[in-house]
Design a protein around this ligand. Structure first.
Ligand SMILES: NC(=O)c1ccc[n+]([C@@H]2O[C@H](COP(=O)([O-])OP(=O)(O)OC[C@H]3O[C@@H](n4cnc5c(N)ncnc54)[C@H](OP(=O)(O)O)[C@@H]3O)[C@@H](O)[C@H]2O)c1
Length: 327
């Protein structure tokens, strides 16, 4: 890889900070790095490779001389600035929901559909975090027999709501009553079964993202997918209970073997010995973890599994940088 000049938009956020860490630990070939955030961060610095780098305020001219722009500052910022970055000659990898369902824009999880990157016209979209974690685990099954139905319930960490989500949970756990929480109810000691905006049909936008994005990434057409997304008082790493059906019944050992060979996936599955993935164990890890694999007792072509992944890392920053590496 030749060295690239890289801009990180939203560098002070949960995902932006993780991007710096991933760029550093994977030794991404950088000729320069430009940390960008809002006016609130003017005068502040971020640490990268032991140096304090001054944060620049995002503006129209932020992308001159930039080869690669990694966006992680929300959909409205991406809609406004990603086209400017492309006009300046940069390739954009965008973490927000702004472009994911645009049929002209590739939506990529490298373990599943890295081939889609080749068709990009300047912007590549990084999927929703819960979707990334789910498709890494479903792809090995899809390669054995086409998927015909997916039902998923998520257990999503506070940090999925960004730095302010993590901060709110910590303060609640320390006994504070908050009036500035990003969550609709107290999260400490609780579960909140509503993430993002509720649609007319009762599903939330987060649930809709899991359905539509999974179909686009895996090429599933109109395969029925239904999600229930729940916020849980866990700091970091999302967990998912997934029930999936295939066209032909598969031997459970064949699925386990496919999981063991799959890139980016680790099997932890010995429940008699209390070995299964947990969010604490998945936090800060690159891989997605799968366990509790079972064949449905009444339907041979239906399987239940438990999947956990660090949504700031594989669900956002790492996936973005893997896309950049593929580029
Ligand atoms: N958290 C996750 O698990 C996760 C996973 C996948 C995808 N994502 C997506 O990634 C994006 C960022 O999420 P996050 O969790 O990192 O959020 P966050 O912690 O709240 O960080 C938001 C970042 O955006 C910057 N920003 C906000 N308004 C801006 C503006 N007007 N101009 C320039 N920068 C601005 C903030 O800078 P200041 O500090 O200067 O305000 C901060 O760096 C969102 O689109 C989110 O949906 C998040």
């Amino acid at each position: 890889m030749s060295s690239k000049s890289v801009a990180v938009v939203g560098v002070t956020g949960a995902v932006g900070q993780e991007m710096l860490d991933v760029l550093e630990t994977r030794d991404f070939p950088l000729s320069s790095i430009r940390p960008l955030a809002s006016e609130r961060s003017a005068g502040k610095t971020v640490q990268f490779k032991g140096e304090d780098l001054p944060i620049e305020v995002l503006g129209q001219d932020s992308f001159s001389g930039i080869d690669l722009a990694l966006f992680s500052a929300g959909a409205s910022i991406s809609r406004e600035y990603a086209p400017l970055a492309v006009d300046s000659g940069a390739v954009v990898v965008d973490n927000s929901s702004a472009f994911r369902m645009d049929p002209e824009i590739p939506l990529v999880v490298p373990e599943v559909n890295s081939g889609a990157i080749a068709g990009h016209q300047g912007i590549i979209a990084n999927p929703n975090c819960s979707t990334i974690i789910m498709v890494v685990a479903l792809q090995p099954i899809q390669e054995l027999s086409p998927l015909t139905r997916i039902v998923v319930s998520t257990y999503q960490a506070a940090s999925g709501a960004g730095a302010k989500g993590m901060d709110a949970l910590r303060r609640e756990l320390a006994g504070e009553q908050l009036d500035d929480s990003p969550f609709p109810h107290r999260l400490a000691g609780n579960l909140v079964p509503r993430i993002d905006v509720v649609q007319d049909d009762g599903y939330t936008k987060e649930e809709l993202k899991m359905t539509l994005e999974t179909r686009k990434i895996m090429g599933l057409g109109q395969v029925p997918i239904s999600a229930t997304c729940v916020r849980v008082p866990v700091e970091r790493a999302h967990s998912e209970s997934i029930q999936v059906s295939t066209e032909s019944p598969l031997d459970i050992s064949a699925i386990r073997e496919a999981f063991e060979k799959a890139p980016g996936l680790q099997v932890i599955d010995d429940p008699h010995d209390d070995r299964y993935p947990t969010p604490l164990q998945a936090a800060d890890q690159d891989d997605v973890f799968v366990g509790r694999l079972r064949q449905h007792p009444d339907e041979a072509a239906t399987y239940d599994l438990w999947v956990v992944g660090d949504q700031i890392r594989k669900g956002a920053a790492l996936n973005t940088i893997q896309i950049a590496e593929e580029l």
